[in-house]
Design a protein around this ligand. Structure first.
Ligand code: PRX
Length: 689
């Protein structure tokens, strides 16, 4: 039986009772653990919870502020203001601060392109000075296009250094960016540009992916054509030349990146930003069809991503200078995510650069030209921190141990995982085959909305359990509660709740206050604690979880209509709307199903119009249609045609039942007493598209 209640799966995870104490630093190849014992963790956690003002003041003082804050936190649920009255600039802290403190020549970004020519990939090293110059020039370029503080700039690029440069340039002049993942389709650009009212798009002619060119500029052109006759018409498209593929050119709208920056000065000063000024918008899926523009602001996000980067990955900047010339100890941090996702925002750019450890960006696919590409990169650049997703780890397992075994991975110190629960088998493989049993694994639970890590081990302190994201980070008050906000006893499952504000929390959904409150601040009716204008005092992330007898958290998955495919969030409604927009489809229901590599795959149940034939060809056409509408990641793995969907008598689609069918369960001993038409289920089980 498939139990979709939040405590589903408790039994299976509880079978996992291995515990791995932290390695000593020498074993992991690091000179020290910044947080080196559970006592040190507990003491700092307690301080951060009991005296958040004192704690966060100290942390924030490690960074540069133009004007100090006069209040650390102003909290009127669900609205938080952090570092009230303070002004700063995150680009300054990422770049200029390093230059000003004498580290201008240190490496800020290491980039490796995908194509390999005569055995050699293209590699670029950008120092903080280089970055300061390039970011300044692009900031000047944006200004020359009329972009002013507060104007949203859309960025739709491949993984090239200019993507980080574009983000930092926006931050420098106070123009919030909205980065759209390069794997999304032109439709996704249209929706996001309209919602953000963005007049400028920054793109590339193309992006390299698995040896082919992804036509980014063509997608932008398509989106612009669709927007042209609306009030949201795009005024300027800036294109970086990367693949030299043929592109169309509109002389009144299109500008080359290289032409624009050529006219700009090497130094453009940083705007003084209020701590609560918007830093970026990042669209993510929710349980309705329309993506949500998650709003992050400057000060709190900066402080929190800086601190989580430092402690979760054990970043030690001063190792780098002597060590890069002397040997293997200088740190090189590599997060394999795309900057189009929050992981890339926080742990390629904004949390990393202020820590002055080089951040590595790789342009392409993990299996190009061969399945050992990632290990080749780790060996070539002596990567010390490696941060990836369980779906990638499962793919590596499938490709075979010979690939990592062919490379020297001894530089690695800390391994990270993010995006979805990591199954214990993958965890053990990661530890043994990639980490050689030497490196701690940090399984970090967080979300686009949280901005930074929330539940995570600290590599030198937390005994690890395969599959658990362990304990709350500093400042985080997490609990497992029921819908009344009542804390559940250890050893049981329930809903994950965050009971106190934290610096990098989202500040809202762009233009949709009601949805912000409904989605995140309405779940828990905590007796006697309901703030005015906000039904719940606790933040609801949408995940079910359990805490074990040691208080460790185990994430069980989403409890709403969001599915997590390869660590990326998709709303089932988004895929359903895409299917229904095809002329042959009258109704569709989409659910998650178990998938060996992706963790969760997409199963679609589709009802066709009366004259339509359910053929394999149509199945393929529908899959491609969804890819065109949303992007390749949303392609259903399974499409089943059905004359009707199982519904309750009140007309609600019985998704639980569909989930069981998609999972291939033959015995559906669920409660179907509310089912309207019993024959539907039998028919659905037969068609296994
Ligand atoms: O369900 C949780 C899952 O991913 C969701 C957040 O997705 P997104 O906003 O796209 O951000 C992904 C990268 C931070 C969460 O609600 N999730 C993320 N990390 C983990 C996880 N589930 C289990 N373990 C994790 N480490």
């Amino acid at each position: 039986m498939t139990d979709q209640s939040p405590s589903a799966g408790i039994e299976s995870v509880l079978k996992e009772n291995r515990v791995f104490p932290p390695q000593d630093p020498a074993t992991a190849g690091t000179p020290e653990w910044l947080i080196s014992s559970m006592d040190a963790y507990r003491e700092q956690h307690q301080y951060s919870i009991q005296d958040p003002d004192g704690y966060w003041s100290e942390v924030a003082s490690e960074l540069h502020w133009f004007t100090p804050w006069n209040k650390v936190l102003e909290w009127n649920a669900p609205d938080a203001k952090w570092f009230v009255g303070g002004t700063t600039n995150i680009c300054y802290n990422c770049v200029d601060r390093q230059v000003d403190s004498g580290h201008g020549d240190d490496t800020a970004i290491i980039w490796e392109g995908e194509p390999v020519v005569a055995g050699e990939p293209e590699i670029r090293h950008l120092s903080y000075l280089d970055l300061q110059r390039e970011v300044s020039r692009f900031a000047g370029a944006l200004r020359s296009l009329g972009v002013r503080k507060g104007d949203v700039v859309t960025i739709y690029m491949g993984m090239v250094p200019e993507l980080a440069i574009a983000c930092l340039a926006c931050a420098r002049i106070g123009a919030p960016h909205s980065v759209i993942f390069g794997g999304f389709s032109s439709k996704a650009i249209v929706d996001r540009v309209c919602d953000a009212k963005s007049k400028v798009i920054v793109t590339c002619d193309g992006a390299w992916r698995r040896g082919k060119v992804v036509p980014l500029k063509d997608n932008v052109d398509e989106a612009c054509a669709e927007l042209a006759t609306t009030p949201d018409a795009v005024e300027t498209v800036v294109t970086l030349k990367r693949c030299a593929n043929d592109i169309a050119w509109s002389s009144d709208r299109d500008r080359w990146w290289h032409d624009l920056v050529a006219e700009q000065p090497d130094e453009v000063p940083c705007e003084h930003m209020d701590a609560e000024d918007m830093l970026f918008l990042l669209y993510t899926s929710g349980s309705t069809g329309k993506p949500k523009g998650i709003v992050h602001t400057t000060g709190g996000y900066m402080v929190y991503t800086y601190l989580t980067s430092k402690y979760v990955f054990n970043l030690i900047p001063d190792l780098n200078k002597p060590a890069r010339s002397q040997g293997p100890n200088g740190q090189v941090f590599w997060c394999t995510a795309d900057v189009g996702w929050v992981t890339g925002h926080s742990y390629i750019i904004y949390g990393l650069l202020p820590n002055r450890v080089p951040t590595l960006m790789y342009e392409g696919a993990p299996n190009f030209p061969q399945e050992d590409r990632f290990w080749d990169i780790v060996e070539r650049h002596k990567v010390t921190q490696f941060y990836t997703a369980p779906t990638a780890i499962r793919a590596f397992m499938k490709w075979g141990d010979e690939h990592p075994k062919a490379h020297d991975l001894s530089s690695l110190q800390v391994l990270g995982s993010v995006g979805e629960p990591i199954n214990p088998e993958a965890w053990m493989w990661y530890r043994d085959t990639i980490g050689g049993g030497r490196c701690p694994i940090v399984d970090t639970w967080w979300q686009t909305e949280t901005g930074g890590h929330m539940l995570t081990p600290l590599p030198g302190a937390t005994p690890a359990k395969p599959g658990s994201c362990t304990l709350p980070f500093f400042g985080i008050d997490a609990a497992i509660v029921d819908e009344l906000g009542v804390e559940q006893p250890l050893g049981t499952g329930g809903l994950l709740a965050i009971r106190k504000p934290w610096p990098s929390m989202l500040r809202g959904i762009h233009g949709d206050r009601e949805r912000y409150i409904d989605t995140y601040w309405s779940k828990f009716e905590v007796d006697g604690q309901t703030p005015a204008g906000c039904p719940s005092p606790y933040y609801f992330p949408g995940d079910g979880a359990l805490h074990d007898n040691d208080g460790y958290f185990w994430i069980l998955g989403r409890v709403d209509d969001v599915i997590n495919v390869s660590g990326h969030r998709l709303g089932t409604m988004e895929v359903e709307s895409a299917l229904v927009s095809h002329p042959t489809v009258v109704e569709a229901a989409v659910v998650g199903m178990p998938h060996d590599i992706k963790g969760t795959g997409i199963a679609a149940f589709v009802t066709l119009g009366s004259n339509q034939e359910p053929t394999d060809e149509l199945r393929q056409a529908l899959r491609s249609h969804v890819a065109d509408e949303i992007g390749a990641i949303a392609k259903p793995d399974q499409i089943r045609f059905t004359a009707a969907l199982p519904k309750t008598r009140s007309g609600k689609i019985m998704r639980r039942l569909l989930r069981s069918i998609a999972a291939g369960e033959t015995e559906l001993n669920q409660d179907t007493t509310t089912l309207e038409d019993y024959t539907v289920v039998a028919t659905l089980q037969k068609d296994e598209g």
